[in-house]
Design a protein around this ligand. Sequence first.
Ligand SMILES: C[S@@+](CC[C@H](N)C(=O)[O-])C[C@H]1O[C@@H](n2cnc3c(N)ncnc32)[C@H](O)[C@@H]1O
Length: 455
Amino acid sequence: MPISSEIVNAISNAPGFDEKSFREIHENGSQVVSVRINPSKSPDKTALSFDLAAKVPWSSYGYYLAERPIFTFDPLLHAGAFYVQEASSMFLEQAMRQHLQPGQPVAALDLCAAPGGKSTHIQSLLPEGSVLVSNEVIRSRVTILEENLVKWGAGNVVITNSDPRDFSAMPGLFDLMVIDAPCSGSGMFRRDPASMDGWSTDLVTLCSERQQRILADAWPALKEGGLLIYSTCSYSVEENERVADWITETLGAESLGVEADPEWNIVPSRSDRTGAAGYRFYPDRLKGEGFYLAVFRKTAVSGHPGRISGKPKWEKVPKLVRAGMQPWLENDNLEFISISDNIIALSEPVARMLPYIQHLYIRSAGISIGKWAKTELVPAHHLAMSNLLSGSIPAIELDKNAALQYLRREEIPASGPVRGWSLVKYCGHSLGWIKNLGNRANNYYPKEWRILRSA
Ligand SMILES: C[S@@+](CC[C@H](N)C(=O)[O-])C[C@H]1O[C@@H](n2cnc3c(N)ncnc32)[C@H](O)[C@@H]1O
């Protein structure tokens, strides 16, 4: 679809912008499809419905696909074995790898997290012993964030639904802060031409002001020496280099470079006033959409986070219940708490984080194990998707058709001699639970996540 002259004129001052090739790439209808593999599930290449021949050069887990399959009908998507993500955004990996101490656990915040592209990626990159607070301010968007993180199987994540303002009350809590800010979205015009209709220079100004507000609100929560990764999917200098200038001038942050192989065709940029380094992605120069990323180190002194006093909103799990859960779990090096009958397993880094963030709206933390119903556990979907589950839990392996039947929440034939709870797997990856009643099996796939489309 042709791109309007109003848009082209407004972004023509962007470093590396080439009007002719930019117009061509938006008009020729070409599309790029990429996915990121979940290293904690490591799907077998032969199980995937697509070929992993072409790597995204700046990410160890990213791959380009030759064409766009109907991902909904790939059970491994629902198993959290991969995430469909635009390739340029995966450059976040270089910023993390080049600026975090290898092996050193961190407390990370992904402030604008839904639907979870960056959070799932950050989670895959964090060293053992780290914790990720994945926050989304818009309530209706937390649902998809939670779905994607549960499927990813992540246990070291806390999902919150709070305003950036609420993070100012926790000085110096995070070593890493990722702000993938809401923006005017011009970088996505090739993929979603209809979104051009809502674009205006006023929107760019509004976004730039909002980006600064979000940064100012969250900034106190970053530790002295901590890392800020700022990104947008906009081409506008007002939302990128000008914001980078504002970060270095007003917040006093130090700009950090990220090494990028010249063959990747990423355009390095410098902001006008302070020379802050940024990295620009153009679809006419590389295989990816429009994107900007910049990295900063906080040099100012931060306060110290204070534990929020008062009674926590959760209770300890009684010994008897803990004993009943034992056969379900691979490792017991966890803390168990109970919130409104739900039993939750917290790894040590998550348990350590919670007292500092109690005033946030916490949507979920750690891994939901299930509900204790008198004498037995009714297992949660999150447990099925996590690596906490004991290898001795009965499981049935389904072929693709039966797996899709299961994911539509249809009845699947009862199989195997074992009555009771059983995992359902596809190519060795858990999809969820059934309860085998002998003559039939009840399907416990979460109703709100079921596939509604027919083939
Ligand atoms: C670019 S998207 C984030 C995409 C996400 N990081 C990913 O990789 O999947 C920006 C997010 O910021 C959220 N947002 C909108 N207004 C906000 C505000 N005032 N403060 C913080 N976040 C906001 C949006 O709901 C949206 O989820």
